[in-house]
Design a protein around this ligand. Structure first.
Ligand code: ADP
Ligand code: MG
Length: 389
């Protein structure tokens, strides 16, 4: 169903409430990565340029609801936002103080300081919606949670619409899930099959090629009868892995498994890595990355794709020397002509760490929300926006 977009709304002279995801990582009161603020700023600038007064809402971390706690204050975010917007951004503590004249931007303190936010309290939702004339949902990273400031306020607002960041996210995933240019390939990695079952099942029906790596590949390898030593695996999910492989065969889809792997005695920096064929994993070693033959196989397959979605690193990339497979795939996807969407917190961190984010088609700002989209779920805030569309 179509969604109303901020760009089509008349915002001149209006008070616009924008729900953003400014939940940035912090250490000792300082922001360690401001990309969520940078991703949100263009939306605010657009609304200000259209002559609106803007009230920004966001959550930060997991404070105890209903009480102010300095450690979860958005103060550093207000400062950073002010620099990016090149104008003052007042941080206000109460809903009563949240007022913005045209051209002004104010930030309300952590929305999770408000009692009822996480329970999607309808009264709080109404009060948030009533802060302005137009409610803009731009917090893709929080769109999978039905909270007062997301789903709740969207349903209560006089006018509700999606901001440009939210719209870009939904567009990118629609290009993968709804009408992809084919062949469509998915690269699914990460640590545990249990967190990716829904996604594997939903994607298998849609993709032409399903590439599996990372810890989850170990369970598939075990299901295919290979010994995986001391690797991270989920023995109870071997039947599920087998079911997925059988289904792939039945649907005539390509589901390659690693041919060779990088193993070590433990997952720790400075280990001596060994490359071995998939039938030669020592009983006392663990698989921590895909090997070079597998990289070549996967890269060749990915080079045939016109659309690729990537969720989950194919190795324990944070620990040297187990990042080579993930880096090689990232480089191949960066060089590919396919439309590549990367979703998932760790996969995005990997791609950004290699400096390849700009070479991808789309880098999602929401880990949990993108996972739910790939699982085929309708995000509560998206359903609410559609209902208001
Ligand atoms: P994303 O956040 O992109 O969805 P996940 O959270 O599912 O990804 O998984 C990321 C984690 O998986 C990383 O911390 C990585 O170290 C781990 N991982 C990948 N491959 C392996 C492996 N072979 N053994 C252990 N951990 C792995
Ligand atoms: Mg993760």
């Amino acid at each position: 169903m179509p969604i109303k977009l901020m760009k089509d709304c008349d915002l001149a002279g209006k008070t616009v409430v924008i729900r953003q995801d400014l939940n940035v990582p912090m250490k000792d009161g300082a922001i360690t990565n401001d990309k969520r603020i940078r991703a949100a700023a263009p939306t605010i600038i657009q609304a200000l340029d259209k002559g609106a007064g803007v009230i920004v809402l966001s959550h930060l971390g997991r404070p105890t609801e209903g009480q102010y706690e300095e450690a979860f204050s958005l103060k550093p975010v207000a400062e950073r936002l002010s620099t990016l917007l090149k104008r003052p951004v007042a941080l206000v503590k109460t809903l009563e103080e949240a007022k913005a004249a045209p051209g002004e931007c104010v930030l309300l303190e952590n929305i999770r300081f408000c009692k009822g936010e996480k329970k999607n309290d309808p009264d709080l939702a109404q009060r948030l919606a009533d802060l302005g004339d137009v409610y803009v949902m731009d917090a893709f990273g929080a769109a999978h949670r039905a909270h007062s400031s997301t789903e709740g306020a969207i349903r209560k607002a006089k006018v509700a619409c999606a901001g440009p960041l939210m719209a870009a996210e939904l567009d990118a995933f629609a290009k993968v899930l709804d009408a992809p240019a084919r062949p469509l390939a998915a690269v699914i990695g990460g640590s545990k099959v249990s967190t990716k079952l829904g996604l594997l099942e939903n994607l298998l029906a849609k993709v032409d090629i399903l590439i599996i790596g990372g810890g989850i590949a170990n369970t598939f390898l075990a299901a295919a009868g290979h010994a995986v030593g001391t690797s991270l695996q989920e023995a109870d999910l071997i039947p599920e892995a087998r079911k997925i492989m059988d289904e792939a065969k039945r649907l005539n889809k390509s589901l390659p498994l690693p041919l060779d792997v990088v193993v070590a005695k433990e997952l720790a920096p400075g280990q001596h890595p060994t490359i071995c064929g998939i039938d030669a994993v020592p009983a006392d070693a663990m698989i921590l990355d895909i090997g070079p033959k597998t990289v070549a196989l996967y890269t060749d397959l990915l080079n045939t794709a016109k659309t690729v979605v990537w969720n989950g690193p194919v190795g324990a990339f944070e620990t040297d020397p187990f990042g080579a497979g993930t880096k090689a795939l990232a480089q191949a996807l960066a060089a590919s002509k396919a439309f590549v969407v990367v979703g998932g917190g760790d996969s995005v961190a990997a791609v950004e760490g290699y400096g390849l984010a700009d070479a991808m088609g789309y880098i999602s700002t929401g880990g949990g929300a993108s996972l739910e989209l790939l699982e085929g779920k309708v995000l509560p805030s998206v359903a609410a926006l559609e209902a208001r569309g």
